[in-house]
Design a binder for this molecule. Structure first.
Ligand code: UDP
Length: 368
């Protein structure tokens, strides 16, 4: 006799929701189980006093892919938010990403030529030809002043490791440009969903059975009998009881406060780039949506070392972890009834648009 569901989807985050949605469109029966008490995983937003709180950290949807943008717009309307974060270094304010506004404030230079010459002189003085670790990569890209004021403290707080130890690849995410442009992202499509992120996932999961507060790893035997195939989007090492060891993550902690004022910092994101301030950034949620409420809600974001039982956020992509991940991925690949996907399943630092694209692609590979 056939099973009750075609797919058991473990995790109601963005990857699981897109996959379940796609499979339902193809006429498949899906059951979604979610360990926590809410859907939407880390893109979960909760509306408090008319303000959408990004409970697991700021999420700004951006993509270069017109298809993905169109796809997302089936589930939400986006506002016209453009991410232009501010850096606060001991009270000095700079524009991010590093651009002509930043260079002008730092050095008084007015032209791209002067800015480039300044960076070139600092790079030469540091004597770096082929950058290896993050510190060298940063100085190579933007010179010592920006490294010292805007990168070193922030990065060491975020990763809990010295910039001389971290891989250069981390900093390749950071845009540098010689134009007066504070838009953090290069992508042509960007915005914040007008009804919050949770509503997107709700729409994706319409017509699909979702069970919250179900820990698949504890109820694996019973749940597996229900469906022909399983998509697992949790941490891949947990799926195999950490038999080869635990993959490392960085975790985050948020201190959220309601303030009796309409506007606390004048922008959605302020990065505290010095080493002394214990948090990495302050998010003022209303500014993602141009909120005009009389009160405001802010979250201070602290970066923590991860340990078993703590919420995982960022994979730590060093050689040890990559090799360990590959061993787990090899066992998973041998199981033809199992699909493992998403940020935790693939142990990868994906942006939301990557997650959506990968989930659609994965659904396309499934048998008709
Ligand atoms: N970064 C930095 N200073 C900043 C912002 C970012 O040095 O003010 C570096 C830091 O190393 C960080 C990386 O850029 O790990 C990526 O930052 P981004 O803000 O893109 O990461 P996310 O928002 O995904 O945490």
């Amino acid at each position: 006799m056939g099973k009750r569901y075609d797919y058991l989807v473990v995790g109601a985050g963005l990857y699981g929701a897109v996959f379940a949605h796609e499979m339902r469109q193809r006429g498949k029966r899906c059951l979604v189980v979610e360990k926590s008490g809410h859907i939407a995983g880390h893109i979960y937003t909760a509306r408090v006093d008319g303000i959408d709180i990004h409970q697991y950290g700021a999420h700004i949807f951006h993509t270069h892919d017109a298809e993905i943008w169109r796809y997302m717009k089936r589930f939400t309307r986006f506002n016209h938010y453009i991410n232009s974060p501010i850096a606060n270094y001991h009270g000095e304010i700079y524009n991010l990403p590093f651009n002509m506004n930043t260079f002008n404030k730092l050095w008084g230079v007015a032209t791209p030529h002067e800015a480039a010459a300044k960076i070139e002189a600092q790079r030469r003085a540091a004597g770096i030809e082929t950058p290896h670790k993050l510190e060298e990569q940063a100085i190579f890209l933007v010179g010592t002043d920006i490294y010292e004021k805007l990168i070193k403290g922030y990065t060491e707080k975020q990763w809990g490791r010295a910039c001389t130890q971290l891989p250069a690849s981390l900093i390749k995410r950071l845009p540098v440009r010689f134009v007066y442009d504070n838009n953090y992202f290069d992508d042509p499509y960007q915005g914040i969903p007008k009804d919050g992120y949770t509503a997107i996932v709700e729409h994706m999961l319409e017509g699909i059975e979702v069970r919250l507060n179900v820990d698949y790893l504890k109820e694996r035997a019973a749940l597996s009998t229900l469906a022909e195939r399983t998509l697992y989007t949790g941490p891949i090492d947990a799926l195999y009881d950490y038999r080869y060891g635990t993959l490392e993550y960085r975790s985050l902690r948020f201190e959220t406060e309601v303030l009796d004022m309409p506007n606390y910092q004048g922008v959605a994101v302020v990065n505290y780039t010095d080493a002394q301030t214990p948090f990495t950034r302050i998010i003022e949620h209303k500014h993602f949506a141009f909120g005009a409420q009389p009160k405001t809600i802010i979250s201070r974001e602290y970066s923590n070392e991860w340990a078993l039982g703590v919420e995982p956020y960022y994979p730590v992509n060093n050689l040890r972890n990559i090799e360990l991940y590959n061993r787990y991925a090899a066992i998973a690949a041998a199981n033809k009834e199992l699909i493992v996907g998403g940020r935790l399943g693939e142990y990868a630092y994906y942006d939301m648009d990557d997650v959506v694209a990968r989930a659609i692609k994965r659904a396309d590979l499934e048998p008709r």
